[in-house]
Write a protein that binds this ligand. Structure first.
Ligand SMILES: Nc1ncnc2c1ncn2[C@@H]1O[C@H](COP(=O)(O)OP(=O)(O)OP(=O)(O)O)[C@@H](O)[C@H]1O
Ligand SMILES: [Mg+2]
Length: 253
C-alpha cells in the first residue's frame, strides 16, 4: 500500500502460490505487511489465512513466489538457516498448540529455554510477568488439560510474547473467548504493538475485536489479496465479495 513504503515492510510477499494435492490454496498472493503496526488478515473459512501465516515464519514453504522477512528472502533457507529469523517472531497457533504434558509455566518458558536461557530465576520472573499481562497471574503449575479454551488461548499468547519478539503472528487469538475477554486480549495486542514497537499480524473472524486493533487490513478471497488498505475502506467498499463477507459477520463478532 502506498501509505506504507516497501522499505518499512516487515514482510513482503510476491506472487506466492501454494497447493495441497489438486487444491490451489494461494494463487499468487502479493502483499506488504508494515513494520510496527497491526495488520489484520480477514477472509472466509478455508481461504488460506492459516496457511499464509505459516508461510511468514517459514513453517510452510510455498510452491513458488518470494517471501521476504525484513528484506531477507526466506523461501530458499534451510531449517537451520531459518532459526535466527524465527527467534524474531512469536506465533500463536489457531489451536493454541500447548504441550499437554507440560505445566503452564513450562509451556510459557519453552521459547526461552529453546533460545538457550538457563537461569531458573530469570526464567521464572519472565514467565510470571507475561502471565500477569495475559491476566493469568500465578497459574504456572496448572496443566493445560485443566484449562478452559480461553485460558489456553491466553497461555499460548503468553508463550508467543515471552521472549519479546519483534513480530507476533496470531491465528484467531480471540476465538472462543467471551466479548469482555476478547476485548482485553485485543487491547493487549494493541498495547504491545504500540509500547514495544511490535509488528503484529492477526488472523481473525472477530470484526469487533479487529476494528479495535487494525492499522492495516488484508482481505483474502479466491486465493489472492482482494483488498489491502484500512478498515474504514473495507467497510465502505461496495465490492460484492467484501459485502458478503462483512454481512456474514452481522456487524458483530
Ligand atoms: N497441511 C495441509 N495439508 C493439506 N491441506 C491443507 C493443509 N493445510 C491447509 N490445507 C488446506 O488449505 C485450505 C486453507 O486452509 P487454512 O487452514 O489456511 O484456512 P483458513 O483460512 O485458516 O480457515 P479457517 O478460517 O477455517 O481457520 C483448506 O482447504 C485446508 O484444508
Ligand atoms: Mg485458520
Amino acid at each position: 500500500m502506498s501509505e506504507f513504503p516497501a522499505n518499512e515492510s516487515f514482510f513482503s510477499l510476491n506472487d506466492v502460490r501454494t497447493r495441497f494435492g489438486s487444491k490451489e490454496v494461494l494463487r499468487g498472493v502479493t502483499l506488504e505487511i508494515p513494520k510496527s503496526r497491526t495488520t489484520v488478515i480477514l477472509g472466509g473459512s478455508g481461504t488460506g489465512k492459516s496457511v499464509l501465516l505459516k508461510h511468514l515464519n517459514g513453517l510452510l514453504n510455498p510452491d513458488s513466489g518470494s517471501i521476504r522477512v525484513c528484506g531477507q528472502e526466506i523461501t530458499s533457507l534451510t531449517e537451520r538457516q531459518l532459526v535466527p529469523m524465527r527467534r524474531k517472531i512469536g506465533i500463536l497457533f489457531q489451536d493454541g498448540a500447548l504441550f499437554d504434558s507440560m505445566s503452564v509455566g513450562e509451556n510459557v518458558a519453552f521459547p526461552l529455554r529453546e533460545q538457550g536461557l538457563r537461569d531458573r530465576q530469570q526464567i521464572a520472573s519472565l514467565v510470571a510477568d507475561v502471565l500477569e499481562k495475559v491476566e493469568l497471574p500465578g497459574e504456572e503449575v496448572k496443566m493445560p488439560p485443566a484449562l478452559s479454551g480461553g485460558m489456553r488461548k491466553r497461555v499460548a499468547l503468553a508463550r508467543a510474547i515471552v521472549s519479546h519478539p519483534d513480530c507476533l503472528l496470531c491465528d484467531e487469538p480471540t476465538a472462543g473467548l467471551d466479548p469482555v475477554l476478547s476485548q482485553r486480549i485485543s487491547r493487549l495486542i494493541r498495547r504491545l504493538t504500540e509500547d514495544h514497537d511490535l509488528t503484529s499480524v492477526v488472523v481473525s473472524h472477530d470484526m469487533d475485536a479487529m476494528r479495535m486493533i487494525a492499522d492495516h487490513v488484508i482481505f483474502l478471497q479466491g486465493g489472492t489479496v482482494h483488498y489491502a488498505g484500512d478498515m474504514a475502506g473495507l467497510e465502505q467498499s461496495e465490492d460484492e465479495a467484501i459485502q458478503t463477507f462483512l454481512s456474514s459477520k452481522g456487524g458483530g463478532g
